[in-house]
Design a binder for this molecule. Structure first.
Ligand code: SF4
Ligand code: SF4
Length: 244
């Protein structure tokens, strides 16, 4: 049965959306951009990061558009000065406990946090405070986990649990000490992680990334006594041997 259509207004645009749709979905379908950070369609729709907040006429405070469903006659504003200011403060707080190493970070240029910082025009940290220094987990053969670049969006947790059905990672500790890790805060190498890499795909920052072996390969390439065979995987089945 066709779902009932709801009529609402977003930023002055009259929109029809199916009942049960979120404001975020309805806005994006209509070409209205609302920023998000923790949102991952069908996988992590939890409204944690508060980046997608909007104002709804007749209601106090902000609504989280990734979980708030559309309602008949609703009038939504996505970019009032209150909304923009609140998003900036939220981002500022996230950045205040984040190592800012963009110049050398593997994700620079492809980082959702970096993009948001530019988009929301956050050019200085208003709340520099205490920062937690976490150990970097690089013991596994293929994945590096750097909690110092984590924004606690939980997209990796949901992907590992819901998509991969493994549950190797979760949120440990509470409050300021919260951290995405493994049971017992062990290395990914010592738990049931299969190194599928799906959590890397879902991470919006450089908190999870693949391990590079470019330096090792370059060293081998320079060694005249070694036959070097390079192979890309997955998908492209090609092998190249250096001629000696
Ligand atoms: S994760 Fe993003 S914001 Fe953080 S240092 Fe790396 S590029 Fe910069
Ligand atoms: S690599 Fe795969 S199994 Fe390991 S934590 Fe990430 S999603 Fe889970």
């Amino acid at each position: 049965m066709e779902k009932e259509l709801i009529t609402l207004t977003i930023d002055g645009q009259v929109i029809k959306a199916k009942k049960g749709t979120t404001i975020l979905q309805a806005a994006r379908t209509a070409g209205i951009d609302i920023p998000t950070l923790c949102f991952l369609k069908d996988i992590n729709e939890v409204g944690d990061c508060r980046m997608c907040i909007v104002e709804i006429e007749g209601r106090r405070g902000f609504a989280t558009s990734c979980i708030q469903k559309v309602e008949e006659g609703m009038v939504v504003h996505t970019n009032t000065s209150n909304v923009l200011e609140a998003r900036q403060v939220t981002l500022d707080l996230i950045l205040s406990n984040h190592v800012k190493e963009c110049l050398t970070c593997i994700r620079s240029g492809n980082c959702e946090l970096q993009n948001l910082t530019n988009k929301l025009n956050v050019s200085k940290i208003e709340y520099p405070g205490e920062m937690i220094k976490h150990e970097i987990d690089d013991a596994s053969p293929s994945i590096v986990r750097d909690p110092n670049k984590c924004v606690l969006c939980r997209r990796c947790i949901s992907t590992c649990k819901k998509v991969q059905k493994i549950g190797a990672i979760d949120c440990i500790n509470r409050g300021f000490d919260s951290c995405i890790s493994t049971v017992g805060n062990l290395s990914l190498n010592d738990v049931n992680c299969t190194f599928c890499g799906q959590c890397i795909q879902s991470c919006p920052t450089g908190a999870l990334h693949e391990k590079e072996t470019i330096d090792e390969v370059c060293l081998k390439l320079k060694d005249p006594d070694t036959y070097v065979i390079a192979q890309t995987a997955p998908a492209v089945r090609v092998a190249i041997r250096r001629r000696i």
